[in-house]
Ligand binder design. Structure first.
Ligand SMILES: Cc1ncc(COP(=O)(O)O)c(C=O)c1O
Length: 395
């Protein structure tokens, strides 16, 4: 007898898909375990070790038995350190009551979207966007409204491009500058215009500052530093890239206290506090010497110049110059032939035939690009780009 099952997966899980960056990492890992010499441009994480002073702070925390629950929203000490660092870097004036610590920057964005969005709400997102935005907005039952950008303009955008997308249903505009995947940096004057537009209409402006310290030709800037902006702006921050701490899982949110309260409620039933030891390490990262950030930035700048020049040397490949973060987002449309019609197929074939892992542009909302992370050594970049060149020419 057929029994109707009550063991179906919840419908809301069908609203999200497996992160493509993680799928690429898994595929590359599988090939590697089979002995294939894979060059991996997929991973969006620094190849530098976490600085020693940060690791020592974690060891000290262990020695002092700082190994128990903390407040669900993070320790007061770390919240103070986040507010101080943000004030020192950007001239903002946040208090610990307007701050919470999360399990990485991704969790910051998850908390913000789940605590604020209702079904029917619209969220305006420029394209190309970071993969997770679409899924977390969908998961909240809200709707993404995508704003196309122009590759010729380096994928940046203006307030005039955002304005037509704002409706009575718009709850939030999400901005990521510098951008993953394109490295585009939003012009400061346009950022300010977008802020004013959202503030006037009572729309939240979420700024994902994950790569805020990795800028090649402009000064670090936070829209939250504008007078009065704290009421309207939601800052999602992460220590993952800035301090090469991807595995430690520490991020934060700076937002109005009532928004923080809602998110702490959610977090208290989900993860509870981020790991106590990692929180101590994060205090050291934020309050200790900052030289490692400049050292990494200088190395990324060197690699960026090499990668862009090398990509542009491949016949038919175009590449907008990344102005921040550590990704290049070349247009590989020239190679979409001989049965390959999408960047997904391109990435699959590139991995299979040339053992180079890249993330297909589909993940970020465009279909003729791939993302190349240059958070890897010059040696690997040279090897992988040589293979990519040959693969495209031989298509
Ligand atoms: C644009 C952007 N925001 C946020 C994050 C979150 O980083 P994490 O959760 O590792 O702190 C990432 C990570 O890749 C990212 O690229």
């Amino acid at each position: 007898m057929l029994v109707e099952s009550n063991q179906e997966i919840a419908e809301r899980i069908s609203l999200i898909s497996v992160s493509s960056t993680m799928r690429v990492a898994a595929e590359a890992e599988k090939l590697r375990t089979q002995g294939v010499d894979v060059v991996d441009f997929g991973a969006g994480e620094p190849d530098f070790p976490t600085p020693d002073n940060i690791k020592l702070a974690a060891i000290r925390a262990l020695e002092l038995n700082f190994t128990k629950y903390t407040n669900a929203g993070g320790t007061l000490e770390l919240k103070q350190a986040v507010c101080e660092r943000h004030a020192a870097d950007f001239g903002t004036h946040y208090q610990p009551g307007e701050c919470m610590i999360t399990v990485g920057g991704k969790h910051a964005i998850f908390n913000l979207t789940q605590a604020l969005l209702n079904p029917g709400d619209e969220v305006v997102i420029p394209v190309p966007y970071w993969v997770t935005y679409k899924d977390v907005v969908n998961y909240a039952g809200a709707t993404c409204v995508f704003v196309r950008t122009d590759e010729e303009q380096g994928f940046t955008f203006t307030a005039d491009m955002i304005a037509p997308c704002l409706t009575a249903h718009t709850k939030m505009v999400m901005i990521n500058s510098p951008s993953n995947p394109s490295g585009a940096v939003l012009d400061r004057a346009e950022f300010e215009k977008i802020y004013r537009m959202t503030a006037e209409r009572g729309i939240f402006l979420l700024t994902d500052e994950c790569y805020c310290r990795f800028l090649y030709d402009s000064e670090p800037f936070s829209i939250a530093s504008l007078a009065g902006a704290k009421d309207n702006v939601l800052v999602a921050g992460s220590l993952s890239k800035t301090y090469s701490m991807t595995g430690w899982r520490i991020g934060f949110v700076l937002a109005p206290a009532r928004v923080i309260g809602a998110m702490v409620k959610l977090q208290s039933h989900a993860t509870s506090n981020p790991t106590s030891i990692a929180q101590k390490a994060a205090v050291e990262a934020l309050r200790g010497p900052q030289e490692s950030v400049a050292t990494m930035l200088a190395e990324y700048a060197r690699r960026r110049d090499f990668v862009v020049e090398r990509l542009r040397a491949i016949p038919g490949v175009r590449c907008a110059e990344p102005r921040g973060a550590f990704y290049a987002y070349p247009n590989i449309g020239v190679a979409l032939r001989n049965g390959m019609s999408s960047s997904v197929q391109f990435a699959e074939k590139l991995l299979e035939k040339a053992a180079v892992a890249v993330v297909p542009g589909e993940a970020f909302g465009t279909d003729r690009h791939v993302r190349i992370s240059y958070a890897t050594s010059m040696h690997e970049l040279a090897r992988g780009l040589e293979r990519l060149h040959r693969f495209i020419v031989e298509q």
